[in-house]
Unconditional design. Structure first.
Length: 180
């Protein structure tokens, strides 16, 4: 009877602890950690863009807590201009869509979830890996924040022009006085 009770206790302990060990390996987003921003410049008439948006919807159940999507339809003039600015800022040439920016990574030549990104991954798998990589990083890069915070040198150029013109005026006045 004692052996049976011991066996039952061991089985109960294993039964209770087993689910915790299984679920401990599942990654869950950290509480309070901000999702990764994904910026997509797309067209409503582009099949690759539609496939990309469908892919993001499909992975949302499993990975949706890790990312937020900001999409910009480029037939809108303001969005098209923003696309040009972002691509240039990232060192790319704005061309086709979809154009995706996630952290410091871009997909400047389009994106198709099932296409091979490299020898071992599809573009979709690579995007998920990048989402998780950036999510875990303490040093995140966000292109929209970088653009918003980029230095504005227009004031410096204006001041330099005023100083240069003022200097030329002073030189001209001093030259005239010396020649007089």
């Amino acid at each position: 009877m004692k052996k049976l009770k011991s066996l039952i206790m061991i089985l109960l302990t294993i039964t209770v602890l087993l689910p915790f060990n299984v679920f401990a390996e599942d990654e869950k987003p950290e509480a309070g950690k901000e999702p990764v921003n994904i910026y997509i410049f797309r067209s409503d008439t582009c099949q690759h863009c539609i496939n990309t948006m469908n892919f993001l919807s499909e992975i949302e159940e499993e990975y949706g807590d890790y990312f937020d999507v900001y999409d910009y339809e480029v037939s809108n003039l303001e969005n098209s201009e923003l696309y040009q600015e972002v691509a240039e800022f990232m060192g790319d040439t704005a061309g086709g869509v979809p154009y995706i920016v996630i952290g410091k990574y871009t997909y400047p030549n389009g994106f198709e979830p099932d296409s091979q990104a490299n020898e071992t991954q599809t573009m979709g798998e690579q995007l998920i890996e990048r989402i998780l990589e950036i999510y875990e990083s303490d040093d995140r890069y966000d292109v929209m924040e970088a653009i918003k915070n980029k230095p504005d040198y227009s004031n410096i150029v204006g001041i330099a022009a005023i100083v240069l013109i003022g200097g030329l005026v002073v030189v001209a006045v001093v030259s005239r006085r010396q020649n007089s």
